[in-house]
Design a protein around this ligand. Structure first.
Ligand code: FES
Length: 133
């Protein structure tokens, strides 16, 4: 017969193996929300790249009041995407090799990149942009 203590020990090993090593670790991996800046600084059909918690985040406004956010890194070879320089009329164009992405969905619309930009959750509150990742 297995003791209660042994059962708990074996359960903790099983949980650790399954990736649930501790509640503290899970909390450390939880998404955080960051204040970015004024929504009014992002032009309609354009965008702006912000530095947020050490990451470059490209926020676009495909139509008035509708915001999208992406990791500002080309999925072809990692070039940085600058919203002010590389985004016109809802098309993000990579400065390195010319891949094009939708400013609404982040989808790659022209090579050499074939994968969509990484999406980031964005919200607006009282005219201020917030992102969560
Ligand atoms: S790094 Fe963007 S197209 Fe190559």
């Amino acid at each position: 017969m297995i003791s209660r203590r042994e059962l708990l020990r074996l359960s903790s090993i099983a949980l650790a193996t399954a990736g649930f090593s501790s509640l503290g670790q899970r909390a450390a991996n939880a998404a955080k929300t960051y204040a970015v800046g004024k929504a009014s600084t992002v032009p309609v059909k354009g965008g702006k790249t912000f530095s947020v918690a050490g990451r470059s985040i490209l926020i676009t406004q495909p139509s008035k009041g509708k915001y999208r956010a992406f990791v500002a890194q080309c999925t072809h070879a990692g070039a940085r995407l600058d919203g002010s320089r590389n985004l016109r009329n809802n098309v993000i164009t990579c400065p390195s090799h010319g891949a094009k992405f939708s400013a609404d969905t982040g989808a790659a619309t022209s090579g050499p990149a074939s994968s969509a930009l990484g999406k980031v959750k964005v919200s607006v509150s009282a005219g201020n942009l917030k992102v969560t990742f």
